[in-house]
Design a protein around this ligand. Structure first.
Ligand SMILES: NC(=O)c1ccc[n+]([C@@H]2O[C@H](COP(=O)([O-])OP(=O)(O)OC[C@H]3O[C@@H](n4cnc5c(N)ncnc54)[C@H](OP(=O)(O)O)[C@@H]3O)[C@@H](O)[C@H]2O)c1
Length: 299
């Protein structure tokens, strides 16, 4: 271990989206460094398979916990957060990585558009419910997976139409409405990261987000034939999941991350996101709307 690295051996990392793609590569790399891992997954079989893999690949025994939740459902997130608080006395790193793009208008049981629910509200609610436990760690960090895709959004959000229904019909859908919707959620990740950092000022928790680049994963496989065919072509130009997870690992194992607190990174560097992604008023407004959407009021 280099002097600039945080010793992950006694750390507990809770990660979403570790059953596939970037999250799975990250969980493997973190476990290989000796971290104990908590996997939040929607599928028990896939979670058990990755849990086994993590345990056999490490020379020193590590602990791997499995928590089952559908992260598009607020009810499910609340239930799993309760289980986590009961079973995990220590959380040092929370990685909000699970995400997807839904190219048809689908709504969760709470009536929220699915891409927004999974990519933005899930990290918002899960992090909020686990904050007190993160505060109990000597030094904790939250790492959120964003995307270069946020650059598609020029004007923020239509807060009067928070479900973005219009993006899924007619010409808007044809012109890439669902992709713009996805981009909005990844912009929300950057704004959430900076606003949470401001709200946690003076605490032991730092907050980070990163762009993994274009990565060959299962992303978009939940959509139609067209999306799958596009992804198959894009795979030719994509990074491996390990390369996609590299900046996440960099953020997780760097000793001093204070200079990256609240910031957006890519390729192991601090990166400037778009202007709208640094709009403080927008971040505050988004926070308030998100609180209303999940029915929480946070300091
Ligand atoms: N791939 C890229 O080029 C790229 C680029 C920029 C950003 N990203 C972001 O990177 C993150 C990881 O994506 P990926 O590319 O690794 O995609 P992936 O291979 O499809 O992995 C997505 C992960 O999220 C989990 N997940 C999806 N919906 C869930 C739900 N409702 N509840 C719980 N878990 C759920 C999946 O679980 P299952 O195994 O059960 O499906 C899987 O583990 C996402 O936030 C994505 O937006 C990806």
């Amino acid at each position: 271990m280099k002097e600039t690295e945080w010793n992950l051996q006694d750390k507990y990392v809770l990660i979403t989206g570790a059953t596939n793609g970037i999250g799975q590569a990250a969980a493997k790399a973190l476990a290989a460094r000796g971290a104990n891992i908590g996997i939040i997954a929607r599928n028990q079989g896939r979670a058990e398979a990755i849990s086994k893999l993590l345990k056999i690949q490490t020379s020193k025994p590590i602990k791997v916990d499995i928590f089952i939740a559908d992260l598009s459902s607020q009810r499910s997130i609340r239930r799993v957060a309760q289980q986590i608080l009961e079973r995990c006395p220590q959380i040092d790193i929370l990685v909000n990585n699970a995400g997807a793009l839904f190219d048809t208008l689908q709504k969760t049981e709470e009536g929220v558009e699915m891409t927004w629910a999974l990519n933005h509200l899930a990290p918002f609610l899960l992090t909020s419910l686990l904050l007190d436990r993160l505060k109990e760690s000597d030094s904790a960090r939250v790492i959120n997976t964003s995307s270069h895709g946020h650059k598609m959004v020029k004007n923020g959000f239509d807060f009067d139409n928070i479900n973005g229904e219009h993006l899924y019909t007619g010409v808007k859908k044809f012109m890439g409405g669902p992709t713009l919707r996805y981009a909005q959620t990844k912009l929300a990740t950057i704004l959430f990261t900076s606003e949470l950092e401001r709200r946690l000022e003076g605490t032991n928790i730092s907050v980070h987000c990163f762009d993994p680049g274009l990565v060959a994963t299962n992303f978009n496989q939940n959509n139609g034939r067209m999306a799958k065919a596009t992804m198959a072509v894009m795979k030719l130009f994509s990074r491996t999941p390990e390369e996609g997870a590299d900046t996440l690992i960099w953020l997780a194992e760097m000793k001093d991350v204070s200079w990256l607190n609240g910031k957006y990174c890519a390729d192991r560097q601090l990166k400037e996101p778009t202007k709208v992604a640094t709009d403080r008023k927008l971040a505050t407004r988004l926070w308030k709307i998100s609180e209303e959407q999940v029915g929480l009021s946070l300091k």
